[in-house]
Design a protein around this ligand. Structure first.
Ligand SMILES: [Zn+2]
Length: 131
């Protein structure tokens, strides 16, 4: 298994910068689309089914925007780690990360065992339990 070292910093800096630009563009497009939908849908709600569908659509858009914003914050955190020299180490246990994992997910903050442990904890206490 090959692990990250600082000779890859330039490569991952480029990947993260490109991903950040993509995510910012996606957020921008989403915001514009929502505005356009609002103007179009103004006063055109005919019945409850239309209203429900419209709300569902807005929920989905909000969910997607939240997802993108979440990934963007991970990318920004990864770029900070790249700057301060801690990039490529697991935020949880401090071990060097697998290079292939970083190649697939440059913004990944945890090594595979730590990520798995974190997901198990989350699954035991799902945030959606209140529904
Ligand atoms: Zn770890």
């Amino acid at each position: 298994m090959t692990h990250y070292d600082n000779s890859f910093a330039g490569h991952f800096g480029k990947l993260l910068a490109a991903r950040e630009a993509e995510l910012r563009a996606a957020l921008d497009t989403g915001n514009k689309k929502e505005l356009a939908d609002d103007q179009h849908g103004n006063g055109e709600v005919r019945d409850f089914k239309d209203l429900a569908e419209r709300e569902l659509h807005l929920d989905m858009a909000a969910l997607e925007a939240a997802h993108i914003a979440n990934e963007l914050s991970q990318v920004l955190a990864a770029r900070r780690r790249l700057k301060d020299g801690s990039f490529g180490q697991c935020v949880e246990c401090g071990k060097p990360m697998d290079l292939l994992r970083l190649e697939a997910m440059p913004a990944a903050a945890f090594c595979v065992p730590c990520q798995a442990a974190g997901e198990q904890t989350t699954a035991a206490h799902p945030p959606s339990a209140r529904i």
